[in-house]
Design a binder for this molecule. Structure first.
Ligand code: MG
Length: 349
């Protein structure tokens, strides 16, 4: 079993091994003497894994209940959170009890937020089942929920007690979602690890996904350790995300997946910085080729003007400038504070 130790103010382990979901009860018993556990999952993941998880937990003597919500981003709202609170209160969960988040990013964000706020905070364990959640959401302690005015506008930092990653859960994940997660994997190579990037070029990532997940969470762990509340270095994790987020907005978070938008964002920003003489020549071509290898798009019909405008209106609160994440070369990144009025000119190449 691979173990990645996350040393935040409340340290925890990320465990990675195929088949782990079957042993989750034992693993959770090792870190918790809770009496009751509410497993929070969505209708898709719950249909496949809830019984396995519940049986494993019960075998360790936990009193278990399951809260299932309809799969999809539309469920990510305060109404669902309120239903979670009611469920936990009806189940008479107390301060020493535990939430298990079983599913992808939406489940982890919401279950984490419910755990962060129920009775002013109880422990939770993450069992992320999508590639995106495994490489991205299992480190950092971000939890949250969407409101009408925007995504993730309400939330809290709340570190899990344990993260259990079973790469076998990816076998039941549709390819679209694998590719969605691969954009974040490629991002980690771009910002911090040229070797990882080369490995992704040479091999089929899915064949060595255990190693790939371990490397990604280790990179994120190192970045977050140095910057727990997101001020400096953690911004590097936003590589491809500034323009990507603007694209997601243009399509109302419906036409493009997060990973697809990030892939286009990474290629677009690197093309601009390469043209400006900042990034080593050839980097854009390599990133684009790698994204294509994992069936991710590298361009979009939305023009640089529209993207820059959305970016500017989005970032106004930041005081007239935006921190663009750029590469010196693949594996080596930095942030560049750029006035919003210069973004369009910069990316229009
Ligand atoms: Mg992301």
């Amino acid at each position: 079993m691979k173990i990645v130790k996350v040393d935040t103010n409340t340290p925890y382990d990320i465990l990675i091994e195929r088949g782990l979901v079957h042993n989750c009860g034992e693993l959770i018993r090792g870190v918790s003497n809770a009496g009751k556990i509410t497993v929070i999952t969505d209708s898709n993941v719950g249909a496949v894994y809830a019984d396995t998880v519940v049986n494993s937990l019960k075998a360790e003597g936990f009193d278990v209940s399951v809260f299932t919500f309809p799969a999809g981003e539309k469920s990510k709202n305060l109404g669902t959170i309120a239903d979670m609170y009611s469920h936990m209160a009806d189940f008479r969960m107390s301060r020493g009890d535990l939430v298990v988040a079983l599913g992808g990013g939406v489940t982890g964000d919401m279950a984490g937020f419910a755990a962060a706020s129920y009775m002013r905070g109880i422990n939770f364990v993450q069992i992320p089942t999508s590639l995106l959640a495994q490489v991205d959401s299992s480190v950092g302690g971000k939890t949250g929920v969407d409101i009408a005015q925007g995504k993730n506008l309400v939330g809290a930092f709340h570190q899990p007690l344990l993260v259990i990653i079973d790469p076998d859960t990816l076998n039941t994940l549709p390819e679209y979602y694998i590719n969605d997660g691969m954009a974040e994997v490629i991002k980690y190579g771009c910002i911090k690890d040229e070797k990882l990037f080369e490995t992704l070029e040479q091999e089929n990532a899915l064949d060595i996904i255990d190693d790939v997940i371990e490397q990604c969470v280790s990179i994120k762990r190192d970045v977050v350790n140095r910057d727990e509340k997101e001020s400096g270095e953690r911004m590097l994790l936003n590589f491809g995300h500034t323009l990507g987020h603007s694209l997601e907005k243009i399509y109302n978070f419906d036409g493009l997946s997060h990973g697809q938008a990030v892939a286009i964002g990474m290629v677009m920003i690197t093309r601009a910085s390469e043209a400006a003489g900042i990034t080593e020549k050839g980097a854009t071509e390599r990133i684009a080729a790698l994204c294509k290898k994992y069936n991710l798009p590298v361009s979009d019909k939305a023009g640089t003007k529209e993207i820059a405008e959305v970016c500017a209106s989005d970032k106004k609160a930041g005081g007239g400038s935006v921190n663009l994440v750029l590469l010196n070369k693949i594996g080596d990144s930095f942030t560049k504070k750029t006035p919003l009025c210069e973004v369009e000119n910069f990316i229009n190449v």
